[in-house]
Design a protein around this ligand. Sequence first.
Ligand code: NAD
Ligand code: MG
Length: 385
Amino acid sequence: MKNLTILGSTGSIGVSTLDVVKAYPDMFRVVALTAGNNLELLKTQIETFRPNLVSVLTAEKAQALSRSLTGKKPEIMHGVEGMIAAATASETTMVVAAIVGAAGLVPTTAAIMAGKDVALANKETLVTAGHLVMQMVREKKVKLYPVDSEHCAVFQSMAGHRSQDISRVILTASGGPFLNWGREKLQAATVADALNHPNWSMGRKITVDSATMMNKGLEVIEARWLFDIPVQRIGVNIHPQSIIHSMVEYVDGSVMAQLGTPDMKGPIAYALTYPGRVPSGVKALDLTALSGLTFFKPDTDRFPALQLAYRAADAGESMPAVMNAANEIAVEAFLGGRIGFMAIAEAIEKVMDLHEPHTLASIEEVLEADRWGRRTAKEVLGVGC
Ligand code: NAD
Ligand code: MG
């Protein structure tokens, strides 16, 4: 029996995780859940999974949740303290890190420090603090399973092989909704256009990241830390069908790939049941029903965010955390209708130009770099501080 904490249980990954968990009551027990604003859904999840502990964003929301529950209630906490309590709950053996953004960093690292295995969807944890997080993983001897579909594919394509024989990792990218849009059209892209992803149904922030291709940039940095491979040997192929989820090329020219119908329940189930496999609810892949699999190079002129991520990875130190923070602010401004689509990458670049990278020796220093990136992005964009 695995005892789970799910950080971000009301999000896209959180809901898919609970779908998998629900199908295997003999394998999983839900100990703790955390959510942001969606109290309605959290209430339903509490009634279905009966966790001991839940946490929401604020004291007001905690009170509102408590009032809405009847019968035996879980302990209800709030804020960062509540997320840390959920991540470190003594009964928990595995934490599913599915909060979006740098807000996931503190609870995820708290889980690692408490000796919990982690199924990691929250890529921003590795983007902002990869060197510290991987050091903690080694020190605490915990397992870190990738939930991101590309990294799950790389992980599976590395199984049974020696890492010194890898020549390249190739992450695939769908290209998002704007794959074939020209620069001029992109300038006028609306929020609805950006949220209209062709292959994946995900939270709003990562869907916009997919449209700018910053998502793939974040994933390059995530792969660098997860698999200890220099970014120069991590490439990106556009593959609009999202059937090959990523590949590993070996020195002898062999390429191992993992394929499947695009559905996050696959990587989630694999992280939860590794090294075993269970039916995950993912539709079987019928290659004969597809009209073809295509691949091409990303266009960094129309999608400059991908190149910015490589630049941040090269600069290292505090630069990826600052880039990530600027991206979060710019995406929020775009979703709020305050800036245009192309202004997202422009703002990130300006913030990076203003940043002098420095060493990050602790999570507190990462959070300070994150705050600097957010403040500077708001100044650059002229949106409220
Ligand atoms: P989402 O927006 O659907 O859900 C995010 C969850 O985090 C929600 O439960 C929300 O309430 C909570 N949350 C948001 N802000 C918070 C804050 N400040 N403090 C505490 N909780 C907060 O996001 P998602 O699409 O499920 O993505 C979650 C993470 O997984 C992201 O890092 C994303 O990049 C990664 N990921 C998602 C997918 C996908 O298919 N959705 C695929 C790969 C990786
Ligand atoms: Mg991904």
